[in-house]
Design a protein around this ligand. Structure first.
Ligand code: ZN
Length: 199
């Protein structure tokens, strides 16, 4: 098995696990990884429950599609995450319930929104930043993400969902799982204490 085959196998496994655990729904999630100078990202409209080798779009660093598969519209978010640090080699974005719910609380410090009620989030992921709401796939959302990117290690797009990167696809998956569980605990404990943002 080549290194690329292994990365694709891990990506398909992670996607299916997230789908089966109810953390990725419909065709709204996307993930990517780096290989040999290119970004491999799930194609537009693909479903995490049934990815195959052919579901991935291969895109050059300049945004040129190299294999005819249309990439997810969130590709610029993934690229900005990679530009943050060489240690980021895989990125996962889903619309999971608790991370999204937690984004409705008003925050004093938007660079570090999820409290350390349990120790693993800080150990596995680090600081989780809140990116203000803009329409999915929009230029405005990408601009907001670019501004937030330097200040945190993982992100929740407000009223939308988490984006988590890692050294490998498995690390990004572990980080996302930890973030979602931490948000479940924090959302439960913080109800009635934190103000909800005005919609
Ligand atoms: Zn999304």
């Amino acid at each position: 098995m080549t290194e690329l085959d292994k990365k694709i196998e891990d990506a398909i496994w992670v996607a299916r696990e997230l789908f089966e655990r109810g953390k990725a729904t419909g065709s709204s999630a996307n993930l990517s990884f780096l290989h040999d100078g290119a970004i491999y990202i799930t194609g537009s409209g693909t479903c995490f429950g049934r990815l195959t080798k052919e579901s991935f779009s291969k895109v050059s660093w300049d945004g040129e599609v190299l294999n005819g598969v249309k990439p997810s519209k969130e590709l610029p978010l993934h690229k900005m995450y990679y530009e943050k640090s060489d240690s980021i080699q895989a990125v996962v974005h889903v619309h999971s319930f608790y991370a999204t719910m937690y984004s409705f609380f008003k925050q004093d410090d938007v660079t570090d929104i999820v409290p350390e009620y349990t120790p693993y989030l800080k150990m596995k992921v680090g600081k989780v930043g809140l990116v203000p709401y803009e329409k999915p796939g929009s230029k405005e959302l990408f601009e907001c993400f670019e501004k937030a990117a330097p200040y945190s290690d993982a992100f929740i797009l407000a009223q939308h969902g988490p984006v988590v990167g890692g050294k490998t696809m498995m690390d990004a998956f572990y980080g996302l799982e930890e973030l979602e569980e931490s948000c479940k605990i924090a959302w439960t404990l913080d109800q009635g204490k934190k103000e909800i943002i005005q919609l």
